[in-house]
Write a protein that binds this ligand. Structure first.
Ligand code: FMN
Length: 207
């Protein structure tokens, strides 16, 4: 079992990192391997809708998105962590996720996703909702916890004092490990559920 961990914050060792670290420790204790990719300080441009990826199976911009794609394909689950910027995930992370999810054609069906957000005071659930949508449109399963997956603070020290936030991260990691193991077993027993992909309707008349 392997989980890819994305830190969208430009601050590699502060609040989001503290929450992710708590999850990684717990996952490792559950026998799950983790790999951390820090994207927040990288120069990542947004998707330009050129559809190069439709032909080539990768984004035309040769950067961390394509480098991460293979790691995502091999992973059983993904954790995406973000600081809250004006009640949304931070912009660099959104550019990264738009291009990662749009440019990759490998199946994400029944991979397990978990979104984690860090804010000083507000905007956590709005940001959490945005991140979960990358998972649910991709046929993934979303792991839950004992509260919404958020921590609070302006520094790593603040987050270390957010005991409920860290508890939420540990419970989330355990639920994620359980789901990945259960899905692997169920895949062997039943196979993956059928997915119909033929219809692609953009207009009410179906054309
Ligand atoms: C541009 C910017 C916008 C922010 N907007 C919010 C916000 O809307 N709500 C909030 O509670 N904190 C906001 N913050 C604070 C950070 O979200 C918060 O301190 C977070 O825990 C930092 O995580 P990090 O240390 O991983 O970067 C903002 C910070 C920045 C730099």
């Amino acid at each position: 079992m392997k989980v890819l961990v994305i830190n969208g914050s430009p601050r590699a060792d502060q609040c989001t990192a503290t929450a992710l670290e708590e999850m990684m420790k717990t996952l490792q204790a559950e026998g799950v391997e983790t790999e951390l990719v820090h994207v927040g300080k990288t120069n990542i441009r947004g998707c330009i809708s050129c559809n190069y990826c439709r032909k080539h199976g990768r984004c035309m911009f040769k950067d961390i998105v394509n480098e991460t794609a293979q790691k995502f394909e091999e992973a059983d689950g993904i954790i995406v962590g973000s600081p809250v910027y004006f009640s949304s995930p931070n912009g660099t992370l959104l550019s990264f996720l738009d291009r990662l999810f749009y440019s990759t054609s490998f199946s994400k069906h029944m991979k397990v996703g978990a979104a984690v957000v860090s804010c000083r005071r507000g905007g956590a659930t709005a940001s959490f909702d945005v991140l979960n949508k990358y998972f649910t449109i991709s046929g993934m399963t979303v792991a839950g916890s004992t509260y919404w997956n958020q921590v609070h603070g302006f520094t790593a020290e603040d987050v270390k004092k957010d005991l409920e936030g860290l508890q939420t991260m540990r419970n989330l990691a355990r639920n994620m490990a359980f789901l990945m193991k259960a899905i692997a077993d169920a895949k062997e027993k039943y196979g993956l559920p059928k997915q119909e992909l033929e219809a692609f309707t953009s207009f009410p008349d179906g054309k």
